[in-house]
Design a protein around this ligand. Structure first.
Ligand SMILES: Nc1nc2c(c(=O)[nH]1)N[C@H]1C(S)=C(S)[C@@H](COP(=O)(O)OP(=O)(O)OC[C@H]3O[C@@H](n4cnc5c(=O)[nH]c(N)nc54)[C@H](O)[C@@H]3O)O[C@H]1N2
Ligand SMILES: Nc1nc2c(c(=O)[nH]1)N[C@H]1C(S)=C(S)[C@@H](COP(=O)(O)OP(=O)(O)OC[C@H]3O[C@@H](n4cnc5c(=O)[nH]c(N)nc54)[C@H](O)[C@@H]3O)O[C@H]1N2
Ligand code: SF4
Ligand SMILES: [Mo]
Length: 757
C-alpha cells in the first residue's frame, strides 16, 4: 500500500497544548526558563494565560487560574494563540515592493527613508490631510495613544481612524448619547446575579466562549435567557426563549417588547421621572408596535413577543448583552438605543445584577477606542472639535491648539477618499481592510490608486500585498503594555520573547518615524511604560480617566476598572451606582425610533437576505488563525448556511457548490444546509480573503452617526453551479487524505490568483 504522504509542515501544530513540536523533530518537553503571566491575544474577554518560555521561544502555556474571568479556561483559539511567533510566515525584516520579485528585504534605514520621503512629498504636494493613518484595536492602550499623537503631531493629518470603526462604534455612539460614557455598565460578575438576560445579536458561545460560564451560572441561579438572532446559534439552543429576528429589524423588535412592558405596567415610573429624559417620546413611538404589527416587520411570532415581555418585565434584576448582530447596521445606533430603552424603562441599572454591556470584540476593542486613535477623539475620550478639550491636550503635549487638526474621516470614508483621489498616501498598522471592509472590489481599486502605502504587521496580510513598504512589527507576546477588556478592566500584558530577526516593537517603529519627521522631542520614550504614564496623565479629567492607574497597580489588583481618578480611587467596576449619568444634566437620555428598513432590502432580482459573521475557530480577517493548522482543520473554508426549505426551493443539497451574488460581487462556495437559520436568510463567515471573501458581496452604506457599515444585511441571490462536483461527496472519497493543514506560504506581490485559505 502506498505510504500516505502528509506535508511536513502539517505536523507542526497538530499536537496537544502543553507540548510543542520542535523543528528538529520531537517534543519540547524541557523545563521552561521562565513563566510569563499575560493575556490571550484574541478577543475582548482577555483570558489570563501563562506562557512557557525557553531560549526566547514560547514552548507552551497554561491557562491562568488566578484571573477571575477565565479561572483556568481558554477557548479553541486561546489554546493555539502561542503558535504564531515561530510561524514560517512571521515577518522578520522590512520589505520593499519590487517590480520584478514582488518584495525584497530591506534595511530599516531604507524603509524609514522611503516612508518619510513619501510622507513629505505627498503632504507638500497635496496638503497635510492627503496622508492618512489607520490603526487598530488589537493593539495596546499605549499604542492607541501613540497612534493618535503621531497622527496629530508628526503627520498633522486629520485623517486617522481605526478598525474599531467596523466593530464597536454603534454601541459606543449609543452609550455616549444615552449615558455620556462609552463602557459596559456592569462587570461580568453581575451576569449570574441577573434573573433575566437578553442576548441580542451575539453568537456568544462561538465568539466569547469563556463568557458562557457567566450565563450558565445565571441559569443555575434561575435566570431566564432570551436570545435574539436570525440563526439558532449554540447559545440559542439552550435559551428559554429564542426570537428569530429577520436581519435588520431589531429596533422594531425592541419597540414591540417595550410596548408589552408599558401595556402591563412593568415600567419603573419613579426611575423614569427622576433619572431619564425622553420617556414620553419613547412611549409614544412604541404605541403602534403591537405584537401583530411587530411580527409583520420582524418575522418574530406575536406570541413570542408577548412572552419576551413577560420574561423581561417583572424580575428585580436583568442584564442586556449585545454585539455586532444589532450594531453592524445603517441603524446600528438606533438598534442599540432601542434595546437600551428596555433597560431604562425598567430602571434596572446601576445596582447589583443589573445593567447592560456591548460585548467588546477585539482584544483591546474597549481601550483601543478611548485614547485618541479615532478621527473625532483626543486622549481621555475627549472630543477633538471641543475647544476646551483641544486646549487641554494641546497644553499637555506642548503644542499650539491651532496646530491640532479637527475631526477627520472615518475608516471606510478614508478608503472612499482614496478611491476618489483625495487621499494619496496611507500608513496602516494592525488592520486588513481589503478583507474586512465591505465591497472589497472597491477597496482593491482604492489601494491600487495610492501613491504611497506603508503597512506595519507581523504577517503579510492581504492588504499589505499592495504596500510599497511593509514594516515587520511585533506580536502581542513580543512587547508589553495594557489592554482594557470588555468589562472596562485594564489589564497588563507582559513580554515573553523579543521580536525575531530584524522585526521591531510597533511602538518603536512609530517613534522612529516621528523622529525622522522632525518630532523627536514629542516621542522620546524609553518604552511603553513611559507611554502608559503619559496616557494616564493625559486622561485625567476626561471621562475615560485612567489617572489613578500604574502598571504596578494593575498587576497587583489583577486589573483596574476605569474611571479611576487617582491613586486612592478604587476604580469603578459598576457604573451609575449613584444613579448619576455622565450626561450634562446627569439623566439618561432616551430616544424612540420608528423602524426603517436596511439600506438594501430584498427585491425580485436579489430575493434573499445576506448576513455575515464568525465561526469559533477563525478570527477576524483570518491572517492569524488561517495560519494555525489545527484551527484551519476545524473550519477550512467558508460555507454558505441555508435552511432546508430554501435549499429545496432552489434544488440545492448539502455540499453542492453555490454561486452567491449581490449587486457588488459574488462568491463560489459549498452549501451547508442547516435548520438553524431563517429560511429567508443565508449566512457566510467572513474570515477568508480574495475570492473567498464574504465582503465581495456586502454593502458599504454607513450608519449616519457611528459610520459603521452594514455588514449584517444586504440582498443576494443564490444559484447552484450545476456541473460542479458535490463538495461533501468529493471530500468523503478522500477521507484518509483530509485537506492538509499546511500554513499559508509567503507569497510575493501578485494579488490576482492568490487565494490563500
Ligand atoms: N471565534 C471568533 N471569536 C471572535 C471573533 C472572531 O472573528 N472569531 N471576533 C471578535 C470580534 S472583533 C467581534 S466584533 C466579536 C463579534 O461577536 P458577535 O457579534 O457575537 O459575532 P458575529 O458573528 O459578528 O454576529 C453575531 C450574530 O449576529 C447575528 N445577526 C445577523 N444579523 C442580525 C440582525 O439583524 N439582528 C440580530 N439580532 N442578530 C443578527 C448573526 O447570526 C450572528 O450569530 O467576536 C469576537 N470574538
Ligand atoms: N462581512 C463582515 N466583515 C467584517 C465583520 C463582519 O462581521 N462581517 N466584522 C468586522 C469587525 S467587528 C472587525 S473588528 C473587523 C476586523 O478587521 P481587521 O482589523 O482588518 O482584521 P484583523 O484580522 O484584526 O486584521 C488586523 C491585522 O492586524 C495584525 N495585527 C494584529 N495584532 C497586531 C499588533 O499588535 N501589531 C501589529 N502591527 N499588527 C497586528 C494582524 O496580523 C492582521 O493582519 O472586521 C470587520 N469586517
Ligand atoms: S475567549 Fe477570547 S480571550 Fe479567551 S481564550 Fe478565547 S479568544 Fe482568547
Ligand atoms: Mo470586531
Amino acid at each position: 500500500m502506498a505510504k500516505l504522504a502528509l506535508p511536513e509542515e502539517s505536523y507542526a501544530d497538530q499536537f496537544g497544548p502543553h507540548l510543542n513540536y520542535t523543528p528538529e523533530g520531537g517534543w519540547d518537553t524541557r523545563e521552561p526558563d521562565k513563566l510569563v503571566d499575560t493575556h490571550c491575544c484574541f478577543c475582548g474577554v482577555q483570558c489570563g494565560i501563562t506562557l512557557k518560555v525557553k531560549e526566547n521561544r514560547v514552548i507552551g502555556f497554561e491557562p491562568r487560574e488566578d484571573f477571575p474571568v477565565n479561572e483556568g479556561k481558554l477557548c479553541p483559539k486561546g489554546v493555539k494563540r502561542y503558535m504564531q511567533n515561530e510561524h514560517p510566515d512571521r515577518l522578520k525584516s522590512p520589505l520593499i515592493a519590487d517590480p520584478l520579485t514582488g518584495f525584497r528585504k530591506a534595511s530599516w534605514d531604507e524603509a524609514y527613508s522611503k516612508t518619510v520621503d513619501e510622507i513629505n512629498r505627498i503632504q507638500a504636494k497635496y496638503g497635510k490631510d492627503s496622508f492618512a493613518f489607520l490603526g487598530g484595536a488589537s493593539m495596546t492602550n499605549e499604542k492607541a495613544y501613540l497612534n493618535g499623537k503621531f497622527a496629530r503631531i508628526a503627520l498633522q493629518t486629520a485623517n486617522i481612524d481605526y478598525n474599531g470603526r467596523l466593530c464597536m462604534v454603534s454601541a459606543g455612539a449609543a452609550n455616549k448619547i444615552a449615558f455620556g460614557i462609552d463602557r459596559a455598565a456592569s462587570p461580568w460578575e453581575d451576569i449570574p446575579k441577573a434573573k433575566v438576560i437578553i442576548l441580542a445579536g451575539t453568537n456568544l458561545a462561538e465568539c466569547f466562549p469563556v463568557l458562557t460560564k457567566f450565563i450558565w451560572k445565571a441559569r443555575d441561579n434561575g435566570a431566564k435567557i432570551i436570545v435574539i438572532d436570525p440563526r439558532v446559534t449554540p447559545i440559542a439552543r439552550t435559551a428559554d426563549l429564542y426570537l428569530p429576528v429577520k436581519p435588520g429589524r431589531d429596533s422594531a423588535l425592541a419597540n414591540g417588547i417595550l410596548h408589552q412592558l408599558i401595556k402591563n405596567n412593568w415600567t419603573d415610573e419613579g426611575f423614569l421621572a427622576n433619572h431619564t429624559d425622553g420617556w414620553e417620546q419613547v412611549a409614544e413611538t412604541v404605541e403602534k408596535y403591537t405584537p401583530e404589527y411587530t411580527e409583520k416587520i420582524t418575522g418574530v411570532p406575536a406570541a413570542s413577543i408577548i412572552k419576551a415581555g413577560e420574561l423581561w418585565g417583572p424580575p428585580e434584576t436583568s442584564m442586556l448583552l449585545h454585539a455586532r448582530g444589532i450594531e453592524h447596521h445603517t441603524k446600528g445606533v438606533e438598534n442599540v438605543l432601542s434595546y437600551m430603552n428596555l433597560v431604562l424603562a425598567t430602571g434596572r441599572i446601576g445596582r447589583e445584577g443589573c445593567g447592560y454591556g456591548a460585548i467588546t470584540g477585539q482584544g483591546n476593542g474597549q481601550g483601543g477606542r478611548e485614547h485618541g486613535q479615532r478621527c473625532n477623539q483626543l486622549p481621555g475620550g475627549r472630543d477633538i472639535n471641543n475647544k476646551d478639550h483641544r486646549e487641554h491636550i494641546a497644553n499637555f503635549w506642548g503644542v499650539e491648539e491651532s496646530s491640532l487638526p479637527y475631526e477627520g474621516l472615518t475608516a471606510c470614508e478614508i478608503i472612499d477618499a482614496i478611491e476618489e483621489g483625495k487621499i494619496k498616501g496611507l500608513l496602516s498598522i494592525s488592520f486588513n481592510p481589503l478583507v474586512s471592509i465591505p465591497d472589497s472590489n472597491r477597496t482593491r481599486k482604492a489601494l491600487e490608486k495610492l501613491e504611497y502605502f506603508g503597512c506595519i504587521d507581523f504577517f503579510m496580510n492581504e492588504t499589505a500585498r499592495y504596500a510599497d513598504v511593509v514594516m515587520a512589527g511585533s506580536l502581542q507576546e513580543e512587547d508589553e503594555g495594557t489592554v482594557t477588556t470588555g468589562e472596562g478592566r485594564c489589564v497588563k500584558l507582559n513580554q515573553s520573547v523579543t521580536p525575531p530577526g530584524d522585526a521591531k516593537a510597533d511602538w518603536k517603529i512609530i517613534c522612529d518615524l516621528a523622529e525622522r519627521l522632525g518630532k523627536k522631542d514629542y516621542f522620546d520614550y524609553t518604552g511603553p511604560g513611559q507611554i502608559f504614564d503619559e496616557l494616564a496623565r493625559a486622561s485625567a479629567g476626561g471621562v475615560n480617566d485612567y489617572s489613578g492607574m500604574s502598571w504596578e497597580r494593575i498587576e497587583q489588583e489583577n486589573g483596574v476598572f476605569w474611571p479611576c481618578k487617582g491613586e486612592s480611587h478604587p476604580g469603578t467596576p459598576r457604573l451609575f451606582e449613584d444613579k448619576k449619568f455622565y450626561t450634562p444634566n446627569g439623566k439618561a437620555q432616551m430616544k424612540g425610533f420608528e423602524y426603517r428598513p436596511p439600506a438594501e432590502d430584498v427585491d425580485a432580482e436579489y430575493p434573499i437576505i445576506f448576513t455575515t459573521g464568525r465561526v469559533v475557530s477563525q478570527y477576524l480577517s483570518g491572517t492569524q488563525t488561517r495560519r494555525i493548522g489545527s484551527l484551519v482543520d476545524q473550519y477550512p473554508e467558508p460555507l454558505c448556511e441555508l435552511h432546508p426549505m430554501l435549499a429545496d426551493h432552489l434544488g440545492i443539497q448539502d455540499g453542492d457548490i453555490l454561486k452567491v451574488s449581490s449587486r457588488r460581487g459574488h462568491i463560489i462556495l459549498p452549501a451547508q444546509v442547516v435548520k438553524t437559520i431563517r429560511p429567508d436568510t443565508v449566512f457566510i463567515p467572513y474570515h477568508w480573503a480574495d475570492k473567498k471573501a464574504a465582503n465581495q458581496l456586502t454593502n458599504r452604506e454607513l450608519d449616519p452617526t457611528s459610520k459603521i457599515p452594514e455588514f449584517k444585511v444586504c440582498a443576494c441571490k443564490v444559484e447552484k453551479i450545476e456541473d460542479a462536483p458535490n463538495k461533501k461527496y468529493e471530500l468523503a472519497g478522500q477521507i484518509a487524505g483530509k485537506p492538509p493543514s499546511s500554513p499559508i506560504k509567503f507569497y510575493p506581490k501578485p494579488p490576482e490568483h492568490l487565494s490563500a485559505r
